[in-house]
Design a protein around this ligand. Structure first.
Ligand SMILES: Cc1cc2nc3c(=O)[nH]c(=O)nc-3n(C[C@H](O)[C@H](O)[C@H](O)COP(=O)(O)O)c2cc1C
Length: 346
């Protein structure tokens, strides 16, 4: 595959420049197409919709919705683009993405760099005919300097809900100061306002951090249920560094993702599933590098999973490999659909 030839080159350049290069290459269709097999085994019913596979691309890779249609061709059954803010914003000063190679991890402190609502809406509309039966999620957040962050969420929701299969309310990025207050002290203010503006048929997922203490996490889940949100995404990146990291870059500020997050996010999914059961679906994300990691997350209670850092380390074949690995596992165990696996480790 062309990617294997390009990888040594891509890994020599600055991570953000490498990302920009990959987005350009994707736009040029340099990656070969692949058709998903085993859709009978892999399709998942989630919030009254059928996802062709539970393997999705996490938010942050396609911030401006430039290449999400190409990602479906790599075997992702759903893609979450964004985070989108109402106004364009440039994010934090560079450098702001770091590869912790020894730890198979990344640290980023991008700070919601994106082209803003209006341009992104056009990008989505231009590709509207290109993604059925795959699903598109739109991850939204406030501008850093906004005087009314709640109204920023509502603006994005009102403008983009009709072009997406679900909206994710991102209240867990560590790179927008005080955003995580919405997970805790300000959650009622936000979710009540969202409820007022919610159109019934539109799914709203809430994305949480792995850093809440257990008591607060439980309270937050309760709130999410009581405001009748439709899904929980667990988890965003962590600000914790208690993971025996060996890379010299591990002290960089920002959110840590990849291998050091695998277990933490798995534990959060497991805890959430114990508390909410099948009342609300969980989308599991954090340090998924292969089909075993994905299966662990599903057994712990995730109805679907998402990948970001694993894609950077393993390359564009990762979704295809994970789909294949899950299918083989299901066949070996006499199962006829991946939904039979959800929560089975409990
Ligand atoms: C470079 C980078 C940028 C990200 N940007 C966003 C973002 O804009 N919005 C968001 O909700 N999550 C963002 N994330 C978090 C991922 O969606 C995911 O929750 C996290 O990285 C854990 O998954 P992983 O270990 O597979 O990367 C970003 C992650 C990385 C590595």
């Amino acid at each position: 595959m062309i990617y294997n030839l390009l990888k040594p080159l891509i890994w020599k350049i600055d991570p953000e420049k490498a990302h920009e290069l990959v987005i350009k290459l994707l736009k040029l269709n340099f990656l070969s197409e692949y058709t998903l097999d085993d859709t009978e085994l892999l399709n998942v019913k989630l919030c009254n919709q059928t996802f062709p596979t539970p393997v999705g691309l996490a938010a942050g890779f396609d911030k401006n919705f430039e290449v999400f249609d190409k990602m479906f061709n790599l075997g992702f059954g759903f893609v979450e683009g964004g985070t989108v803010t109402p106004l364009p914003q440039s994010g934090n000063p560079k450098p702001r993405i770091f590869r912790l190679i020894e730890d198979e991890a990344l640290i980023n402190r991008l700070g919601f760099n994106n082209d803003g609502l209006e341009i992104i809406k056009k990008n989505i509309i231009n590709k509207l005919d290109r993604f059925k039966p795959n699903k598109l999620g739109v991850n939204i957040g406030p501008n850093k300097d906004s005087h009314n962050r709640i109204s920023d969420y509502i603006k994005c929701y009102k403008s983009l809900a009709k072009y997406s299969d679900y909206i994710t309310i991102n209240i867990s990025s560590p790179n927008t100061p005080n955003l995580r207050n919405f997970e805790n002290s300000e959650i009622d203010d936000l979710l009540s306002e969202i409820n007022l503006n919610k159109k019934n048929e539109k799914n709203i997922f809430i994305k949480l951090s792995p850093d809440l203490d257990v008591k607060t996490f439980e309270k937050t889940l309760d709130k999410i249920l009581s405001y009748k949100m439709n899904g929980i995404i667990l988890t965003n990146t962590t600000i914790s560094r208690n993971n025996n990291l060996t890379s010299s870059l591990s002290t960089e500020e920002g959110g840590l993702s990849g291998k050091p997050l695998t277990r933490t996010s798995l534990e959060r999914i497991s805890l959430a599933y114990k508390l909410v059961g099948s009342d609300i679906p969980i989308i599991g994300v954090g340090g998924i590098f292969n089909s075993n990691d994905a299966i662990d997350k599903i057994k712990a209670g995730a109805s679907a999973i998402q990948i970001y850092t694993g894609l950077i380390y393993k390359g564009p074949g990762i979704a295809r490999d994970i789909n294949k690995g899950i299918s083989e596992y299901l066949k070996r165990n006499g199962m006829t659909n991946v939904m039979q696996l959800i929560g089975t480790s409990h």
